[in-house]
Design a protein around this ligand. Structure first.
Ligand code: C5P
Length: 224
């Protein structure tokens, strides 16, 4: 049977904590990858740590969002880190996505749709007139046109995204504890897979507190 695939969000500046995350999330029951986001990537020791990391599935969550030339140059400038996956905001526009895809080479380029920390009220506040579902569907079509390798959306939209985007679907905003924190569009791991997610991104529910115990709670939840 195929293992459930999880990216652990390593959101910390402490390499010591990251080593604990790597150590205590090893599991024969799950396929685990590690996501490094803006906090770690911009920390003093982040780059050097990742450069030395071997034999892991790695995801550089840079969330690039800029003009085409800057996006593609930035992607080339991190190519030495040999990430398996990196992210760009679909909001950067079609041309930036196309140039970024060319620059990414073997690294899979993931398009980020509307952040899972936003709800319809927040979207309206920014100035969008479509609702989140419509916007995400629209962006998923653009990701297909730009031949991106994967998409990030909330698990609540995974079903509709699947209709127009045929590659990997990665869903953050996953909760199996009662703490929602700053996330708005959340679902449980089981519901997310049921909706068609290929990979889940899980941060705080695993990395806060006792990591090993949290991983077991997740496995129990998936086996229920
Ligand atoms: O701790 P939590 O599980 O909420 O972490 C979610 C992770 O996924 C964070 O690293 C966050 O940056 C990332 N992410 C997200 N929503 C997106 C894209 C990425 O929460 N739309």
């Amino acid at each position: 049977m195929n293992k459930n695939k999880i990216f652990i969000a390593c959101d910390t500046t402490s390499t010591k904590r990251i080593n604990s995350i790597l150590k205590y999330t090893k599991s024969s029951k799950l396929k685990i990858g590690y996501k490094f986001g803006l906090e770690f990537l911009n920390s003093k020791n982040g780059r050097g740590f990742i450069k030395k990391l071997k034999n892991q599935i790695t995801f550089g969550d840079f969330k690039f969002s800029d003009i085409p030339n800057t996006c593609s140059s930035a992607i080339k400038s991190v190519s030495d880190l040999k990430f398996d996956y990196i992210t760009i905001h679909i909001n950067s526009g079609f041309e930036a996505l196309r140039e970024a895809k060319k620059a990414a080479g073997k690294t899979k380029l993931i398009g980020v749709t509307i952040l899972t920390s936003l709800d319809n009220k927040a979207i309206k506040e920014i100035g969008f007139s479509k609702n989140i579902k419509e916007l995400v569907l629209h962006q998923a079509k653009l990701a297909t046109k730009a031949k991106l390798d994967a998409i990030v959306c909330s698990a609540q939209e995974a079903k509709i995204v699947k209709k127009v985007f045929k590659k990997e679907i990665i869903t953050p905003g996953i909760r199996f504890s009662s703490k929602i924190n700053d996330q708005k569009r959340t679902l449980s791991p089981k519901q997310a897979y049921r909706n068609g997610a290929d990979w889940l991104v899980i941060g705080r529910d695993i990395t806060k507190g006792n990591i090993k115990k949290n991983v077991q709670t997740l496995i129990d939840h998936l086996n229920q």
